[in-house]
Design a protein around this ligand. Structure first.
Ligand code: FAD
Length: 348
């Protein structure tokens, strides 16, 4: 492995994912987080924008916190494909030498991040939920050098049964993919401008360039539970797909959406894109109803940041009550219809 000078690597970089010339929500979340990480390092935030005719997105990135935007604009980057995107991001890293490179843990980012980290011979921590700047090893170990200002990357491990904090002290950039919905977007600053660097990544067609024949978009599901302000979430206790009608009625009365635990998607009662939790989506609505959900650690990991949690469960010892702000002990089949009726009556 080549010897690198760690001091040459500066700045917090963010892969600004766009699809169809629209920036993905994760790009703004990563910019917010990059701004927070850049402060103790006294450095700048740079967004890397790859695509075709994407120059119109630069100002939005500036408004959400990018000091600089590196644009690789090339027709080969119109639709995501591993090889041209990996070539482009690798070239950016080799040229500009970021200290930290953050990528969203989206379908695209989970493909792109590890491919690029292998090409630039550094490590990548996947699916992070917490990022901090700190010392590594966190607690000094006699005889081992403790390095300062390292990126400490935290993620659930072993099926969520433990939390691991990982560092990359000897290689650069320090790379992480970050779960969507976990980091906070910064408040946009209308009119903010970034320094724009147009970069020719010198893409080279090779045998790994796949050819896109057709893009077929899923039209079945348009609701994203991550955007909902009120979520009415059901678990195995709901009992059947048909019984979810009770939760749909409550959600409708409140202007919310229905989501669920993994037990529900495993049973085929609701589609996977409604699942909350470690292997589902991370949500932070204003109100989260957990109905007939026991509160397993893997579920709680996806909803504990909600502003207000209301749990309904017939078992008063269910762990969901440990994270709930309000708890109702009883049979959901009786409580949920009463709640819906009361809300409708209050609105009438
Ligand atoms: P249960 O644990 O069976 O709980 C049902 C609850 O309903 C009980 O508390 C019961 O008291 C209550 N109940 C029953 N009848 C009624 C009634 N009539 N009225 C009121 N209450 C009633 N889970 C997720 O949710 N999301 C994930 O992303 C996820 N990822 C995972 C990843 C891994 C690697 C692993 C190992 C597991 C994962 N799980 C996930 C599964 C998780 O461990 C639990 O098995 C799951 O969350 C349980 O779902 P549940 O609470 O709906 O069901």
């Amino acid at each position: 492995m080549q010897n690198i000078n760690l001091e040459d690597y500066k700045g917090v970089y963010v892969f600004a994912q766009q699809v169809d010339n629209e920036l993905s929500g994760i790009a703004f979340e990563l910019l917010g987080e990059a701004g927070r990480l850049a402060k103790p390092l006294n450095t700048e935030v740079t967004a890397v924008l790859l695509g075709s005719n994407v120059g119109n997105l630069v100002d939005q990135l500036a408004e959400y916190g990018a000091d600089k935007v590196i644009v690789v604009d090339n027709p080969e980057l119109e639709t995501y494909r591993t090889e041209p995107y990996a070539q482009a991001l690798t070239a950016v890293i080799n040229e500009f030498k970021p200290e930290i490179m953050l990528v969203g843990a989206t379908a695209i980012g989970r493909d792109l991040g590890p491919t690029v980290s292998a090409r630039v011979a550094t490590g990548l921590t996947a699916d992070c939920t917490v990022l901090e700047i700190g010392d590594f090893p966190i607690n000094p170990i006699p005889g081992r050098e403790q390095k300062h200002n390292q990126l400490l990357m935290t993620r659930p491990a072993f099926g969520g049964n433990t939390i691991a904090t990982i560092a990359c002290p000897d290689h650069r950039p320090q790379m992480a993919t970050v779960r969507a919905g976990v980091m906070q977007k910064a408040e946009p600053k209308p009119g903010a401008k970034a320094e724009v660097i147009n970069f020719d990544a010198k893409l080279e067609k090779n045998s790994k360039y796949v050819e896109i024949q057709e893009v077929i978009k899923s039209v079945a599901e348009t609701v994203d539970i991550m955007d909902a302000k009120i979520l009415v979430s059901g678990g195995r206790g709901v009992g059947s797909a048909e019984n979810f009608k009770l939760l749909e009625d409550l959600a409708e009365a409140l202007g919310g959406e229905v989501s669920c635990s993994r037990a529900v998607t495993d049973n085929g009662w609701l589609p996977v894109d409604r699942q909350v939790g470690q292997t589902g989506k991370t949500v932070r609505p204003q109100v989260y109803f957990a109905i007939g959900i026991s509160g397993a650690i893997q579920h709680v990991a996806g909803m504990e940041e909600s502003d207000l949690i209301i749990a309904i469960n017939k078992d008063e010892d269910a762990p969901i009550f440990d994270v709930a702000d309000y708890g109702i002990v009883g049979d959901l089949n009786k409580i949920v219809p009463q709640l819906t009726a009361a809300i409708k009556a209050a609105e009438a």
